[in-house]
Design a binder for this molecule. Sequence first.
Ligand code: FES
Length: 109
Amino acid sequence: MGNTAKLTFKHSAKGFEKTVDIKVGESVLDAALNFDIPLQHACGGFCACTTCHIKVTSGAEAVSAQEDDEADRILQVANLAPNSRLGCQTKAAVAGSSITVEIQNWDGL
Ligand code: FES
């Protein structure tokens, strides 16, 4: 367990749910790529698009704080919510925690 957290990806409308281990310091997008979770990432994880939009539905206290670049970019998502984040900018921050995110731009498996 050491320096990892549990990260659950969901897409409720599609009935998708998968829990994986994420290392502290790793981004939600990194974990998605490692485990073949269909999280879009058109800009390659450089905070230059909004396709990796997720909503953090639990464990918000266990992820990295939002920085200015992300705060500016996230304003461009269509269905912005207080728990909206960019998956490439949201990192696990607390070992042993549990985080759940809802995928917003689903392209299936
Ligand atoms: S992959 Fe483009 S902003 Fe996250």
